[in-house]
Design a protein around this ligand. Structure first.
Ligand SMILES: Nc1ncnc2c1ncn2[C@@H]1O[C@H](COP(=O)(O)OP(=O)(O)OP(=O)(O)O)[C@@H](O)[C@H]1O
Length: 883
């Protein structure tokens, strides 16, 4: 509990609807303390009335405590509030039991006499008494001095705002549907934990989709919230204050000087102070109390008001903001306002001075928004702007545009440049062309162009050579030359460091991590990521979009190591970073979240993510790396819910795959996806050669993580083909490989059948030492894992059956009249909810045969109904697969 230690004053202050009253009431109730509660109204500015109600509130709480003061009030009255308080304090019983006097909504008090009387009270307050002021504003009762003397404590917006965990609890207890953590975190970010927004949200959204849409809407404005703010501002604003709010609403943050510039008014400081005194949604940015900002929802509201008025020239406001930010050397903010002002001259000025910095920081969206407003000719005549434009287009996979921009500049500049300059430009253009070639999959051309670029001095964009070095590393990586690729990426990192090119340093580190993952060295990859996090921390880069890449690959490792909390946290952090960049970039983070939801057995959440991923994939053009990763997760989901139609459909649109040339992780993943889809559909003969071919390539090149995953897939495939020996061989190899990769997630993804295969392997005595330990741990995890469908879908094995029979707690009949292997299989399929015809189809036998088996099974176990068979299966099988 924050500050119910004995103090003279407890101040609860925050804007409207933050839960001040509720929180205070809850805390006092929890303390079981005596509390005289007085809810003020505007009429209570009258001193006599104030005194009367205060004494009555005390009398209600401690009957008889101030009878004589009340009598004086009623008969003669007091000449001043001070004499009233003097009598009151003298009459209150002097016991040790704490007594709280709560004045709620104190911001309604404007009478200086009342403020002064509270100062007087606080000077003479006895130790057992605590004055609690609940207010939207800072009450003028000598707070600063009390704070210095350590005689007060405070509950502020920061304490009252709901964090993500509290919000989750709040929604879980109120909503009839499940909401994703991601939506909850977005709601918390957009509302800054403002409970009133949550109330509205839970009252307005009837489904999880509506919930998510509502949260999105918060960024653009919601009529109910607008109405709330309308009421809050009411008639209480002067024209000047209103103008202030409208004009400054364009700023993400402001201080008095900034306000004066944008307002074109010298009264900024006084106005700011008057508004701060109104308890509006204005928050200090830091402890210095010099910079402020609006609450995001209030800011949306004010911007809405601004857009509705014809009296303000928004373009002019933004132009003034550009100039003010440039004076303060805050280029990023200046750029944003220049874009909003659609001011070509100012944008050109900002870009010419700071465009390179934006680029090395990886601020591609900002650059793109700037460049989008510039006429083509301005860009074509400036090599640096052309380079920036082309790099941005390439970053957005608009490869055709890249060439258009480069050729336009070449045509425009040819006449006016000497050979030397032209060579320099061409060298830098080659670096981008190399990257484009890379993205088209033409590694040979990429290498040639990048080599050309790396040998040229970079005159216009200092990072061109770094980019070229990076392309060389990437090309080697996708060709499967892992050692050389890693060395190149290390060189790139060093080169980037010498240029302080943060984006490139982080990119090179992320690539080193990716290469290490491909080599199966996940711990090494993790360590490299740590270095990248440290670099970001040291250079204050935590807001850069590239950080999402880092969080994403961290999330992938965490999932593989089965640290699900951490995997989820990293994906959510990635989403937070990309919030301003647009949904298109969420594919990977959503894929991670879907994997986590799947591993936790949260079906509806997983379904939600999968459908969002599908929508994004349909709307965009993504690199195979992203697509394959997303598809892998979609396929796992469809397989788990047995949605064969979707798998079938996927096969018709799946990216082409050539397993023999799958020399990198994304081609491997893509090939494995196809194989897994075929396995799900029972087309084992088609899946097998594909997996074998992928495995052969992965082995040759040293793609150890893929090798590990391929062996897991092969083990599963052979098990489905009822080729037990081969299944065990591959599972054993997979376990051995896992001793370097540390893989867990890839095993668990298989579902409950993993338990059966591992148990078979253990029963064979085929593994020992580390592998045995790993197998046992995997069994334990798989048993704990919640399956989507509660039905058991494992094909049983002799060893498993034996394992079940050997348990002391099985029904006697199982031992005395043993079932055949077929009968065991049928029992598990009945339990899985299959009809007799489906069982026949599954086992590829006639329905009459199935019926015969069932009859025999019922007889042996003395069963007369299907429901009993299901119960029996549940009982038996739960012993090995866990609940
Ligand atoms: N911890 C909580 N859990 C659930 N609901 C809450 C919680 N805190 C506040 N609320 C709800 O939020 C709304 C606003 O709360 P409250 O009236 O306490 O805020 P306030 O800050 O005192 O507002 P005002 O400044 O308008 O007096 C109320 O409807 C209240 O029931």
């Amino acid at each position: 509990m924050h500050g119910l230690a004995p103090v003279n004053l407890l101040l609860v202050h925050a804007p409207a609807g933050y839960g001040k009253t509720t929180t205070m009431a809850d805390r006092l109730r929890a303390l079981e303390a005596r509390a005289a509660w007085y809810r003020l109204e505007s009429g209570d500015n009258d001193p006599a009335r104030f005194a009367g109600y205060l004494a009555q509130a005390l009398e209600v709480q401690v009957p008889g405590c101030c009878q004589s003061t009340l009598e004086t009030l009623q008969n003669d009255g007091y000449s001043s509030l001070e004499s009233f308080l003097t009598d009151l304090l003298a009459e209150l019983p002097q016991d040790d039991e704490p007594l709280y006097v709560v004045l709620d909504d104190y911001h309604l008090i404007t009478n200086q006499d009342i403020h002064d009387s509270l100062r007087f009270l606080l000077r003479h307050i006895p130790a057992y008494l605590t004055l609690v002021l609940i207010s939207r504003t800072m009450p003028p009762v000598g707070v600063a001095q009390l704070r210095m003397q350590g005689r007060m404590s405070e509950i502020t917006t920061r304490d009252l705002a709901f964090g993500a965990d509290e919000a989750q609890q709040y929604f879980e207890s109120r909503l009839p549907y499940e909401v994703s953590r991601e939506s909850i975190e977005r709601a918390v970010r957009r509302s800054e934990g403002w409970i009133s927004a949550f109330q509205l949200l839970s009252a307005s959204a009837a489904t999880s989709i509506e919930f998510s849409d509502f949260v999105d809407q918060l960024a653009h404005g919601n009529q109910y919230i607008f109405d709330y703010f309308d009421e809050l501002l009411g008639q209480g604003l002067t024209e000047q204050q209103r103008t202030f709010l409208l004009r400054t609403s364009i700023l993400d943050r402001f201080n008095a000087a900034m306000v004066m510039r944008v307002m074109n008014d010298s009264d900024g400081q006084a106005l700011l102070s008057s508004l701060l005194g109104m308890g509006l949604f204005i928050t200090p940015v830091d402890n210095s109390a010099l910079w402020f900002r609006y609450h995001p929802l209030f800011s949306v509201y004010l911007r809405h008001l601004l857009s509705c008025t014809t009296q303000e020239n928004q373009q002019e406001l933004h132009q003034r903001a550009v100039d003010a930010w440039l004076e303060l050397d805050h280029a990023e903010e200046a750029a944003k306002h220049a874009i909003a002002a659609k001011d070509v001259d100012r944008i050109t000025r900002v870009l010419t001075a700071h465009g390179r910095k934006f680029f090395t920081e990886g601020q591609f969206t900002l650059l793109q928004r700037c460049l989008d407003t510039l006429p083509q000719d301005i860009i074509a005549q400036a090599p640096t702007l052309t380079l920036l434009r082309a790099w941005v287009a390439q970053g957005q996979y608009k490869f055709d545009e890249v060439e258009n921009w480069l050729s336009a500049a070449e045509a425009r500049l040819q006449a006016s440049m000497n050979d030397d300059t032209q060579r320099a430009i061409e060298g830098e253009f080659s670096a981008i062309r190399a990257q484009v070639a890379m993205n088209y999959g033409d590694h040979e051309r990429a290498l040639v162009l990048a080599t050309e670029a790396i040998n040229q001095e970079a005159r216009f964009l200092p990072t061109s050579r770094v980019a070229a070095a990076s392309v060389i590393g990437e090309a080697l990586f996708v060709q499967g030359q892992l050692d050389e690729a890693l060395a190149r990426m290390q060189d790139t990192e060093h080169l980037a460091r010498t240029h302080h090119a943060h984006q490139n340093v982080l990119w090179a580190l992320c690539q080193q991590s990716e290469i290490s993952v491909a080599m199966g060295l996940l711990q090494k990859a993790y360590n490299i990521q740590e270095r990248a996090f440290q670099y970001a921390e040291e250079n204050h880069l935590n807001h850069l979009p590239i950080l999402e890449f880092l969080f994403r690959i961290r999330s992938q490792i965490m999932w593989e190591w089965h640290h699900l909390e951490s995997a989820e946290r990293c994906a959510l952090q990635g989403i937070e970073i990309l919030e301003a960049q647009g949904e298109r970039w969420y594919v990977q983070s959503h894929t991670s979240l879907a994997k986590v939801a799947h591993a936790r057995g949260r079906q509806s959440l997983c379904a939600d993510y999968i459908s969002r991923i599908q929508k994004m994939l349909a709307a965009g053009d993504y690199h195979l790396d992203w697509v394959a990763n997303a598809h892998a997760t979609m396929l796992t989901y469809w397989d788990a819910v047995r949605d064969h139609d979707s798998i079938q459909r996927w096969l018709t649109i799946a990216p082409p795959c050539d397993p023999a040339s799958a020399t990198n992780h994304f081609h491997q993943c893509n090939g494995r996806n196809r194989a897994r889809a075929l396995v799900s559909l029972g087309q084992y003969e088609l899946a097998l050669p594909l997996l074998e071919s992928l495995t052969e390539v992965a082995e040759r090149i040293g793609l150890k993580t893929d090798l590990n995953r391929n062996h897991i897939a092969l083990a599963y495939l052979f098990w489905q083909m009822e080729n037990r020996d081969q299944a065990l061989v591959h599972m054993k190899t997979a376990l051995t490989l896992a001793s370097t990769t540390g893989a867990v997630g890839s095993f668990l993804r298989m579902g409950k059948v993993l338990i059966v295969i591992l148990k078979a392997l253990i029963n064979e005595g085929a593994i020992d030492g580390m592998e045995l330990q790993r197998a046992e741990r995997l069994i334990q995890l798989a048993q704990q894992q919640r399956d989507f469908s509660r039905a058991i879908r494992i094909s049983l094995d002799e060893a498993i059956i034996q394992d079940i029979i050997d348990r002391p707690d099985v029904p006697e009949l199982i031992r005395t009249s043993p079932l055949t292997r077929r009968e065991w299989q049928i029992l598990s399929l009945i339990h899985a909810g299959l009809s007799n015809d489906q069982i026949a189809e599954h086992l590829k036998v006639a329905s009459t045969t199935v019926k015969t088996h069932i009859r025999s099974l019922y007889q042996k176990q003395n069963i007369s109904h299907r429901a009993e068979a299901i119960e029996l299966a549940k009982d038996l099988l739960s012993k090995i697969q866990g609940e």
